[in-house]
Design a protein around this ligand. Sequence first.
Ligand code: GLU
Length: 463
Amino acid sequence: MTVTRFAPSPTGYLHIGGLRTALFSYLWARKNGGKFLLRIEDTDERRNNHEATEAIIEAFKWVGLEHDDEIFFQSERKALYTQYIQQLLDENKAYYCYMSKEELDVLREQQMAAKERTRYDGRYRDFDGETPGDTAPVVRIKAPLSGPIVIRDGIKGEVVFQAEDILDDFIIARADGTPTYNFVVAVDDALMGVNEVIRGDDHLSNAPKQIVVYEALGFEPPRFYHVPMIHNQDGKKLSKRDGATDVMAYKEMGYLPEALLNFLVRLGWSHGDQEIFSFEEMCALFDPKDINKSASVYNTEKLDWLNAHYIKNSSNATLVTLLEPYGITLVSHDKKEILLDALKDRAKTLKEMATMVDEIVSTPKTYDAKAVKKAFKGDAKAILEDFILKLQVRDEMHLPSDYHEAMEELVNEKGIGFGKIGQPLRVALLGKLSGPGLDTGMAVIGKEESIRRISSAVTGIDS
Ligand code: GLU
């Protein structure tokens, strides 16, 4: 059975790059009818693990990723790690090292002076002398000191490290008994049956040490997939300056979870030239063998394009619910269908859509001075007054086309261009020159409110 996992160190929020590898791991487990585990790597006690864990769970809920089994917390598994450290000590595969910090510093300086790689020199590896009483020992694992360490990587191929270039007998337990990072990752993955590890390639350099731990404990190493990083447009690692890194910030900005997942699945993975993937399609088609070997590039326009697609394809009932967190209540608005049909083709985000709705349904509080200057010249006010009369004599005014006809009739009678009425009308209704179609806007607010807004502009605007 395929068992994958996502193993975040709690940093306070779920990082967008983390969500991408979590998604890859999730999809691969689902596709194979396997399991996707969530493990919180919270051995660093200085951090607030509870809040950070909540933030990860909240983000998982929002995008709809479900993990199997209970959530594992490394902070609750200390006894297990101690047991395996003891096992390695008993089997003489690990040993106590009493080297003090000062001695380590001296060694380091000597190695640097000799232009050698700085590394622990193994002086306590097979030590049988008198141990110094004043230094609490660390536990070091006996690592292979020469020869190849081979990583079977599903993206990078076979990656071969030479032990003499990268390894020394590294520490697996600190002087206070706490286990170190690479040790616990390997122990946990092995004990949890994780056999496919999909993670960022910033962890590739940890893999040899983890393999040493696997081998010492007699566990079978997993198959690794080290996914290339997400880069910005300049080819550098993605940072906060390029776009939000906190997943929940995307919710606030008005992105749909479907759009975000679709965006992320395509960052580094492809299936032909298909761009749009429903969740079901992703589950059916994802295969880590199709992950690109080079870094992917973060592109906001692409995300906006996908988001616009998902907004456009949402039902109006869904949009009513989605707009609520942005302060827009349309449940009982009798023209919500007209309004949403018109706006869902225009909005890139829910936030933008909420602003557009608000601009239509709320009476303008101010009139944009530049727009007034541009639109209210000549006989603009007289044209608006004539338009009020046109509206007053018409009874059945429901659809955008009803309003369009009224405007058309007026411009034809007066022999003027559409802009002559369009511009002042826009300022009167919306307070500015940009915005959605006027016929739609008037149909949404209705005849009475349209007349009220136009009259207020005629009397209230000095021109
Ligand atoms: N805890 C590590 C991190 O958050 C990930 C460990 C792993 O995936 O092996 O970067």
